[in-house]
Design a protein around this ligand. Structure first.
Ligand code: ADP
Length: 465
């Protein structure tokens, strides 16, 4: 894999056209918002009908209007419209869908949905229920990846319920440590502990948050990697073989959640070395579909495996513009039974890409700020991509994620990508809600950001007011 290959040489021997005998006629999307729209676009490209479930609050949303078929799943709690496994299964049966695309969040990592669909002869677009179960448990996932040769941070290799046992492990690894939920996600409940006297209360907090958020209070302790960078690899597997699409750098995070992602970040030696390892990791569990292997890298350049996200990721867009591949379509084709339609050599990264997540949030304290969009003007121009379900007149429901748009700039180098992104952010109008745009514009001008001097504590270390 190399960088800066001229566009006319890019992936030239890869057949982009959908296969003649695409296995699916109709796919049901069990999601909402920008990712639902993104999946509709890939389904259309592949000549597959796009159906969608929706809650009351989303009945006039863009993805519902754009879909070929929409099935209401109204619930008093708006979140439950998208979390009801049996409602998805019966909607898929009712419309005779061949497959269900779960997107990200909601039921995307739910082994029960994968299993129930299989029982009904409907394809789940993602890995098997067994693989979801394995990777959904961070402790088991760590052990599986150690066995496949991936580097992990020191930590407990089994779930711990007892604060005294956990604190012995922490002493053994050495402070600082991080306490995490085995079933964790979204940064929920994680506690960084700097010394023994803080340990017991942090353990109790993590365990009670894990119980209420995931219904599972199994905890593990891991070495806290100081001054770390978050680097992740995009992978596609077909159950037997796998390829990687290089890395994304995602260290600009608030509450352990990303707000700005970019790539590429590594030199080609590190990329090939880690790329080989993640491919081995995916093959070792018979992975099928899109996956992201997440790592931390310390200041000595050492990598530590964090987790595998077994689904399409918000920031897949960065990799799509760098490689020219439609990853969502590839995930659907693999689920339909195709073998990998590309080889590692076909994947070339070109230039640099940066994505700003435009969340409807107050930039000062990141509290959600949903509302009605009186006016919505989204940017365009050379090297620009916008993925969004926003439009003038759209009322953002309060109950869901605050992600309103993703603006992705592509340039021949990082400097050009930064300039293009800043110009695009200046042009964007989202009247009626507060957004992270002012914060993103400050970051793009900040010297440490420009010099690539960024760790996961970047936002805490800089005062953006
Ligand atoms: P989740 O699944 O809840 O998102 P992850 O394990 O993927 O949790 O970690 C999310 C973020 O939390 C990382 O990007 C990083 O900022 C921080 N983090 C997690 N584990 C560690 C660690 N061992 N050392 C330092 N930071 C960590």
């Amino acid at each position: 894999m190399c960088i800066d290959t001229p566009p006319d040489q890019m992936n030239s021997n890869v057949d982009y056209s959908p296969p003649r005998t695409m296995g699916f006629t109709r796919v049901l999307i069990a999601n909402r918002g920008e990712i639902a729209l993104r999946i509709i676009r890939s389904l259309r490209t592949l000549g597959i009908e796009a159906a969608i479930i929706y809650g009351r609050e989303d009945r006039s949303s863009l993805p519902v209007r754009m879909s070929d078929l929409a099935i209401p799943v109204y619930r008093d709690d708006p979140l439950l419209s998208y979390l009801d496994v049996e409602a998805v299964v019966s909607a898929a049966k009712e419309i005779d869908a061949d497959a269900v695309h779960p997107g990200y969040g909601f039921l995307a990592e739910n082994p029960l949905l994968a299993r129930r669909l299989k029982e009904e002869g409907i394809t789940f677009i993602g890995p098997s229920a067994d693989v979801l179960e394995l990777l959904g448990d961070k402790i088991q996932a760590r052990s599986a990846m150690v066995a496949a040769g991936l580097p992990v941070a020191g930590g407990s290799d089994h779930p711990i319920h007892d604060a005294a046992e956990a604190s012995l492990i922490a002493e053994d690894i050495g402070y600082p440590v991080i306490i995490k939920a085995a079933a964790g996600g979204g940064g929920i409940g994680m506690q960084v502990v700097n010394s023994r006297d803080e340990f017991d209360s942090a353990f109790r907090l993590c365990s009670s948050r894990a119980r209420s958020a995931f219904g599972d209070d199994r905890i593990f302790v891991e070495k806290y990697i100081q001054n770390a960078q978050h680097i992740e690899f995009q992978v596609l597997g077909d159950g037997k073989d796998a390829v990687h699409f290089g890395e994304r750098f995602c260290s600009i995070q608030r509450r352990h959640q990303k707000i700005l992602e970019e790539g590429p970040w590594l030199n080609s030696k590190d990329r090939s070395e880690m790329g080989r390892k993640v491919v081995e990791g995916a093959k070792s569990v018979g992975y099928s579909g899109l996956a992201t292997f997440e790592f931390l890298r310390d200041s000595d350049g050492e990598f530590y495996f964090l987790e595998v996200n077994p689904r399409v990721q918000v920031e897949h867009t960065v990799t799509e513009v760098l490689t020219g591949f439609d990853l969502v379509s590839l995930g659907i084709r693999v689920a339909a039974g195709e073998s990998l339609p590309l080889t590692q050599e076909d994947i070339v990264l070109r230039g640099h890409a940066i994505q700003a997540r435009i969340n409807a949030e107050r930039p000062g304290d990141f509290t959600p700020a949903p509302g009605r969009l009186w006016e919505c003007i989204l940017p365009s121009g050379p090297g620009l991509r916008v993925d969004s379900h926003a439009c003038s007149g759209y009322t953002m429901p309060r109950d869901f994620d605050s992600l309103l748009a993703k603006i992705i700039a592509h340039g021949r180098d990082r400097g050009e990508a930064i300039s293009r992104l800043d110009a695009a952010l200046r042009e964007t109008v989202l009247d009626g809600v507060e957004t992270l745009i002012p914060l993103h514009r400050k970051i793009l001008k900040e010297p440490d950001f420009i010099n690539r001097d960024i760790t996961i504590s970047y936002l805490d270390d800089h005062n953006f007011g």
